[in-house]
Design a binder for this molecule. Structure first.
Ligand SMILES: O=c1[nH]cnc2c1ncn2[C@@H]1O[C@H](COP(=O)(O)OP(=O)(O)O)[C@@H](O)[C@H]1O
Length: 150
């Protein structure tokens, strides 16, 4: 995920321009602007589509969420290049890894991470992606959500 300019965590992405030929073209353009030279490792296609959502206020927005699995090598390349992205230090303050574990105290790790401020539906999207990509079993996700609410 990334720390946004407004102090909320969200996913890289942005608004589609009239010039973009498709949703995926617009998203890949935004990813290049926000993630820099390593963005090619996470080039998205229609196959990476996960879900859509509609927000009614303060302005109507239709959002489309995509997610894909990267190798650790690709992730490290992405992280290394991200500081050279056009939007780094402006809209994007840095990439953030999501801890996929819970510490022995039952709170540190993913439950504590879920207590951060998230933009829009980004927290629900994170949980959805972890399930869809097979990064964490559903029961573990539910456990982490419960622990984050205690
Ligand atoms: O990662 C995300 N997941 C879900 N919704 C998001 C995410 N990023 C942005 N949004 C939604 O889109 C709206 C506009 O996004 P953003 O604040 O980045 O654009 P803006 O800078 O043009 O206002 C946000 O207020 C939020 O509701």
């Amino acid at each position: 995920m990334q720390m946004r300019f407004d102090g909320c965590l969200g996913f890289p992405g942005g608004f589609i321009d009239a010039k973009d030929g498709s949703l995926e073209e617009g998203l890949n353009r935004e990813l290049a602007e926000e993630l820099g030279p390593g963005a090619s490792a996470c080039y998205v296609t229609e196959n990476d589509f996960i879900s859509s959502w509609v927000m009614e206020s303060p302005r109507k927005i239709v959002g489309h969420f995509y997610a894909k699995r990267l190798s650790l090598g690709d992730l490290e390349q992405l992280e290394g290049g991200a500081v050279h992205a056009k939007d780094h230090g402006l809209e994007v303050m840095g990439l953030v890894r999501v801890p996929l574990y819970t510490l022995r105290d039952g709170f540190g790790g993913l439950p504590a991470f879920l207590c951060n401020n998230f933009i829009g539906s980004a927290k629900e999207q994170l949980l959805e992606a972890l399930g869809c990509l097979g990064l964490m079993p559903q029961n573990k996700l539910e456990e982490a959500v419960r622990a984050s609410q205690k």
